[in-house]
Design a protein around this ligand. Structure first.
Ligand SMILES: Cc1cc2nc3c(=O)[nH]c(=O)nc-3n(C[C@H](O)[C@H](O)[C@H](O)COP(=O)(O)OP(=O)(O)OC[C@H]3O[C@@H](n4cnc5c(N)ncnc54)[C@H](O)[C@@H]3O)c2cc1C
Ligand SMILES: Cc1cc2nc3c(=O)[nH]c(=O)nc-3n(C[C@H](O)[C@H](O)[C@H](O)COP(=O)(O)O)c2cc1C
Length: 776
């Protein structure tokens, strides 16, 4: 095969040498515009795992890289005058120049032709090539020329960074954070040979501009960074090798993905590789890893498809499709992790630096990609993690011993929850005339005995016409109050859980079937429908749900009074906690979302106007609710519809409820519009809780696909939320919290005395499972 690699970076060189090694008969040329020893940038890092992978494919290069690389395990944070270090992270650092020289020499030894100082115009320059590898980096000309086929998606990120070097040597992957009068800067530093470290400085665009760095030359930028990090540099200089760059030496990261990775140009097959087809932010240092692994995968596909890597020309297209299919998922996974890590560095100045103490900041930084969880950290550095667990336990009043963050207590107003788990409100549609009965006693009672710190009753309605279905419970009369009191008393007598009431009005989503009746959830009743109210005349689903009446001032006053009366009854029933349901498209949510509120009066239009009535209801309810008992507000932090509520709005909504006296925001999302397109995934709504907690400065409840102790521990430990609500897992297992405690080997949790003998048995069963898993 005649192969031409355009671009002699890690991708092009490594692919060339792997193919030549596979079949010396291949005619392979790598064309590079720079001279052999030219380079930009300093060192790159990749992980121990990438090294192992390379060793399987070419021991010679792996050995040479191994001799030249710097290996280190520790991550060190310098923040607010503190230095915190944790180990077990396993990185390899090598100079980019050294890496390229090793790959170039190996190419030459194997017989790959290397052509330097040749700036290739296009893949068409090599009409005799069977295969053209477009390994021409992030600004790939080949990709741009065939953009209609490759369909690249290029996202330019807001932060600015400059890639520098220094002769100061660091023995850990080091992160520095410095505050200036205009905001925070961070430096990512790693040693890559015996004399030099890479030193990347990063900050948000507005901070960069405020310091006038948009007009600074490379030398002025270096001088600025030297001054900023002078204390840490201990007299060493910062070095730049980017003087040749036109304009500012500060770059914006570009995230690149491509729909199609290969094509046939009429003469040759052309395939993208490395940065040309995908980029990953340096926050998790994986660009070089991806480039090398692309090269491995394509070489593997050629090996598996033919004899000695020789593939019939008519089969090359299929090999290239297989390469894309195999790589795409791995690359996406890594790009997602890199995206999370990058996003953390983009917002840390505004969201975490001022808010978190150094210990928690370190934890948050280490888990920034959301690929490293609490238990992963334990495997990496047990002593450090236990030290952090003791710190967080001490701050929650549970120290001095290490306690999993999930099992630390939490106090708000006069209520202390024994741990951070909440049984999320879940409608059971099993009341008769709004009366909770034996079903609710057993359902809520069992969950209260199952270990959660707080158990919420389902959405409960202040009037019959506020119900979602005829099976929804209410608090519009004293008999209902007394029926609830029986349940509350049971919970208090038989467990140390607290019990919360969620009050809500269905608004435009009312008068529907129980999910298991007739046509199912959100469908109108076959008979006996009641009139609906909402912010505007707009049904939940056009042509399905009845048209609601747009509320007037009198309706607002009546319904507000009904909320207040329900609140008084909830207090009399003895509930410990009250939540106002302002989410999911129900009445209060229908006022807040612009998708459902089209009013022209003082209650529509701006967010402040749309919030006006929900805030009036909140204030009235708060005034009726005992001062020593907490109140949370559940919101939909994202409508998942263009033009609907966004996470930015959610921060403003949270601030408004905070100002009105809310103690916590319960951060749910969606269900406001049938047009919604939510992006589900593990802990998918937690970013809203995180953002609201750390930007609006109010405690939050995270909810949504939180299904393991490891999730809860990671969320609480990183300061992303204060409590975690768990819904569906509690339908399967009322004792979810007790089970999860046993699973992670935490014995310091109290079981109901009657169940005591089940505790030790469950603990030893899980203990045995853990030992079996750990056995070689
Ligand atoms: C600040 C920063 C820090 C980074 N840190 C890390 C890290 O720690 N770890 C890591 O793994 N990655 C890191 N990277 C990313 C890494 O540098 C790239 O992902 C990696 O080099 C990609 O390899 P590549 O071969 O695809 O592209 P490149 O290394 O960009 O190589 C492309 C080559 O093609 C040549 N070329 C381009 N156009 C033409 C043309 N028309 N004709 C001839 N030649 C051409 C270029 O001169 C270049 O040599 C970092 C990147 C930056 C910007
Ligand atoms: C059967 C069921 C009923 C629900 N009813 C309510 C409710 O009454 N009030 C409410 O705010 N959320 C309700 N939800 C949403 C849950 O409280 C929770 O936010 C959602 O299920 C996501 O959490 P999970 O992934 O742990 O299930 C309900 C969810 C389920 C599964």
């Amino acid at each position: 095969m005649n192969i031409v690699c355009i671009g002699g970076g890690p991708a092009g060189l490594y692919f060339a040498l792997l193919m030549k090694q596979q079949n010396p008969a291949h005619d392979i040329t790598v064309v590079e515009r720079n001279r052999p020893y030219d380079t930009f940038g300093w060192g790159v890092v990749f992980s121990d795992a990438t090294m192992e992978h390379m060793r399987e494919w070419d021991g010679v290069t792996a050995d040479q890289i191994q001799q030249a690389f710097n290996h280190w395990d520790d991550i060190e944070l310098h923040f607010k005058g503190r230095v915190i270090r944790s180990g077990g992270h396993g990185f390899v650092g090598i100079g980019r120049k050294k890496l390229l020289n090793i790959l170039q020499a190996r190419c030459e030894a194997l017989g790959v032709k290397l052509v330097f100082e040749t700036d290739v115009e296009s893949d068409a320059d090599y009409p005799d090539a069977d295969l053209v590898i477009a390994s021409d980096g992030i600004n790939s000309r080949v990709r741009t020329k065939h953009a209609a086929v490759f369909k690249p998606d290029i996202v330019t990120r807001p932060n600015r960074y400059i890639w520098l070097g220094t002769k100061r040597l660091y023995d850990a992957f080091t992160f520095l954070f410095e505050k200036t009068e205009h905001g925070w800067f961070q430096a990512h530093i790693y040693k890559f040979d015996d004399t030099t470290s890479t030193f990347i400085v990063e900050c948000p665009e507005h901070v960069w501009k405020a310091h006038g760095l948009d007009h600074a030359s490379a030398d002025e930028s270096v001088a600025f960074c030297e001054k900023l990090f002078a204390e840490n540099l201990q007299g060493e200089k910062l070095l730049t090798n980017a003087r040749h760059l036109r304009g500012s030496a500060w770059l914006n990261f570009q995230r690149i993905t491509c729909e199609q990775w290969s094509m046939f140009n009429g003469r040759s097959h052309v395939v993208l590789m490395g940065d040309a087809v995908h980029t990953a932010h340096f926050a998790i240092g994986s660009g070089t890893k991806l480039a090398l692994e692309d090269a491995i995968e394509l070489a593997k596909q050629f090996r598996d498809h033919g004899q000695n890597g020789e593939v019939r020309p008519e089969d090359i297209g299929e090999v290239l499709s297989n390469y894309q299919a195999e790589r795409r998922i791995d690359v996406l996974r890594l790009q997602n992790a890199a995206w999370n890590a990058m996003a953390w560095f983009e917002v840390c100045g505004e969201r975490y630096c001022d808010q978190l103490e150094p210990e928690q900041f370190m934890y948050s930084m280490l888990t920034r990609s959301q690929r490293i969880s609490h238990e992963n950290l334990r495997l990496r550095d047990k002593a450090w993690l236990e030290g952090y667990e003791s710190w967080i336990a001490a701050r929650a009043g549970a120290g001095p011993k290490a306690v999993p963050p999930m099992f630390t207590p939490y106090t708000v107003r006069g209520v202390t929850l024994k741990n951070r788990v909440v049984v999320s409100p879940m409608a059971q549609y099993s009341a008769v005339d709004g009366m909770p009965g034996d079903y609710h006693l057993v359902h809520l009672g069992a969950r209260a005995m199952g270990g959660a710190g707080l158990v919420f009753a389902e959405m409960t309605c202040p009037s019959p016409d506020a119900r979602i279905t005829p099976g929804c419970p209410g608090l519009w009369n004293d008999a209902q109050r007394d029926a609830w009191k029986r349940i509350v008393d049971f919970v208090h007598a038989s467990s140390d859980a607290r019990i919360g009431m969620q009050i809500g009005h269905a608004g435009p989503k009312g008068s529907t079937n129980e999910p298991w009746v007739g046509e199912g959830a959100d469908r109108p009743l076959a008979t006996g429908n009641w009139p609906l109210v909402s912010a505007s005349e707009q049904p939940y689903q056009r042509g399905v749900n009845a048209m609601p009446h747009a509320m007037g001032r009198a309706d607002m006053a009546r319904i507000c009074n009904e909320f207040v009366a329900a609140t008084r009854r909830a207090a009399e029933a003895g509930f410990d906690w009250l939540e106002l349901h302002c989410a999911h498209g129900y009445l209060l949510s229908a006022f807040i979302s612009p998708l459902t509120n089209h009013r022209a009066d003082d209650f529509g239009g701006s967010l402040a106007n749309r919030l006006r009535w929900p805030l009036e209801v909140f204030a009235a309810v708060r005034a009726a609710w005992p001062a020593e008992r907490p109140m949370s507000v559940r919101i939909s932090a994202h409508d998942w519809v263009e033009g609907g509520i966004t996470p930015d709005d959610a921060v403003a909504i949270a601030r408004a409820f905070k100002d009105a006296g809310a103690d916590m925001i319960d951060c749910s999302s969606g269900q406001v519009s049938p047009e919604q397109k939510p992006v589900y995934g593990r802990m998918y709504q937690t970013p809203f809780a995180d953002r609201i907690r750390n930007e609006a400065g109010i405690a939050t409840i995270a909810v949504g696909a939180i299904s393991e102790a490891d999730h809860v521990n990671s969320i609480i430990a990183a300061g992303r939320a204060d409590l975690c609500a768990v819904a569906r897992p509690h339908l399967a297992n009322p004792a979810w919290t007790l089970t999860e405690a046993a699973k992670i080997g935490f014995k310091g949790v109290a079981w109901p005395v009657q169940y005591q003998s089940g505790k030790s048995q469950m603990e030893s069963l899980f203990e045995r499972e853990r030992s079996a898993r750990a056995a070689p």
